[in-house]
Design a protein. Sequence first.
Length: 120
Amino acid sequence: MGRVLPALRSRETDGRVTAWKRTERRVAAELGGVRVPVTGRARGDAPDIAHERLSLEVKHRASLPAWLTGALEQARASGRDGRIPVAVLHASGARYGDALCVVAFQGPSGALSASERTGA
């Protein structure tokens, strides 16, 4: 008879929470939204965070590419008069309407009023 393997334990059930899940919860709390559980949800069915005005998809990584953080740092360095630093990312050959705008997380909370953040 073969070796019996121990049952796999879920990080959720043994009291530990994965870093990405903790990040989603923190972002939801900061923006006045509610984290949408992954269970039973297919890609694109619902955002990571339910919010009245924003469709939020949260990605957690050990680190971000240096060119990306560098672009935002460059926008911060040249920002003056309370302007919000934004890095615009455009892929060669792509439509400009599909370009991405990256704003530091503190930027949106500083730029949006409390009612805009919470949807109230």
